[in-house]
Design a protein around this ligand. Structure first.
Ligand code: FMN
Length: 360
């Protein structure tokens, strides 16, 4: 019943996409579990080296013969000065010493590997390639399409969606401001593009003719039915799967997901230099009063990496990045397949009851 042209294009049973979740939660096990359950699993490969991407794809293929996606970050230029980097580094050293880390003198290697990453996806002929933070060069989109890969971009405004359509993507993720993780905004300041899913999805649907995938705050069958009513062909769910059994999120992170509420998150640049929604932590609160300017992504991300990793080792959530969306009270710690199945059952039940919902 929930099939449409987009599910046919992807060769999946249900219009549910697992949000790609880079940085640990999106394990090959989770990706395969969602694909095996009839949705589309997706690997968040933005932080992975080309070799790591290849072995994760192999791992996914050993776990499922269903389609899956791989997601990359479009690289961007930064204008951060050496002085701002040095100032932030000095500011962070007390955090390092509190966690038993040595001060860092030099910025970790920031060599960008996007070209090599896309090469692996082409060689592996992945079924779906999705991306965020911008638009790749036309040659990449064309090469993906020629090798039979479905190409999906991310938009947070109507203008971004129209540019993506003009660039030739097959479908567009409409990322509402409820969404956990980094904002995909690339045409304006991210804080000027915090449009809720309810307002964003119908407006993007009105302005593009490719399928739209609603994302941000969608946690169950109610969110799925609402998204379809708003003009979406599918949903992309992240936070709903963060505490699932197959998620690679740290145990302390999962506990936070399961005990936090709709007002626990905010959009911050503190951890990575790029606006992202996560559960409020001491680190986020403290950086609010930082007097200098926080270096851009990916510099700030590299500067805080050792701190986040040491905090995770020490089971201290206050210095970890706990990316999550606003649907937190609806998150649950179950098998990913159970989350997919319950979402579908609830959506089908709601669809059946629609006449009585409308007339009550
Ligand atoms: C932990 C986490 C990591 C994420 N990593 C990525 C990523 O690597 N690439 C991407 O396009 N989106 C990423 N996102 C954003 C999701 O694609 C999606 O927009 C978001 O999860 C939807 O909102 P929800 O969390 O309320 O379901 C991430 C989200 C979370 C929660």
């Amino acid at each position: 019943m929930l099939q449409n042209l987009f599910t046919q294009m992807l060769d999946i049973r249900y219009p549910i996409l697992l949000a790609p979740m880079a940085g640990g939660p999106g394990t090959p096990e989770l990706v395969a579990a969602v694909s095996n359950a009839g949705g589309l699993g997706s690997l968040g490969a933005g932080y992975l080296t080309p070799e790591q991407i290849r072995s994760a794809i192999l791992d996914i293929r050993q776990r499922t013969d269903r389609p899956f996606g791989v997601n990359l970050f479009i690289p961007e230029q930064t204008t951060t000065s050496e002085a701002d980097i040095a100032e932030m580094n000095a500011y962070l050293n007390p955090y390092r010493s509190e966690l038993g880390l040595a001060p860092i003198k030099k910025l970790p290697d920031l060599r960008e590997t996007f070209a090599e990453q896309t090469q692996v996806l082409l060689e592996e002929k992945v079924p779906v390639f999705s991306f965020t933070f911008g638009i790749p060069a036309e040659a990449i989109i064309q090469a993906m399409k020629q090798s039979g890969t479905v190409v999906i971009g991310t938009a947070t405004t109507v203008d971004e969606a129209m540019q993506l359509e003009a660039a030739g993507v097959h479908a567009i993720v409409a990322q509402g401001s409820e969404a956990g993780g980094h904002r995909g905004t690339f045409l304006k300041r991210a804080n000027d593009a915090l449009i809720g899913t309810m307002a964003l999805v119908p407006q993007i649907s009105d302005y593009v003719s490719v399928p739209v995938i609603a994302s941000g705050g969608i946690m169950d069958g109610r969110g799925l039915v609402a998204s379809l009513a708003l003009g979406a062909s599918a949903v992309q769910m992240g936070t709903a799967f963060l505490a699932s059994n197959e998620s690679g999120a740290h145990a302390v992170y999962k506990q936070k997901i399961l005990s936090s509420t709709e007002d626990s998150t905010e959009v911050t640049r503190a951890y990575s230099g790029k606006p992202a929604r996560g559960i409020r932590t001491a680190f986020m609160n403290e950086l609010r009063s930082y007097a200098g300017s926080i270096p851009d992504y990916p510099i700030q991300n590299a500067l805080t990496r050792d701190i986040r990793q040491a905090a995770a080792k020490a089971n201290n959530p206050e210095y970890m990045s706990l990316w999550a969306g606003q649907g937190l009270r609806m998150a649950s710690g179950r098998d990913a397949a159970a989350i997919v199945n319950q979402t579908i059952e609830q959506a089908e039940e709601l669809a059946k009851r629609m006449p009585s919902l409308i007339s009550r």
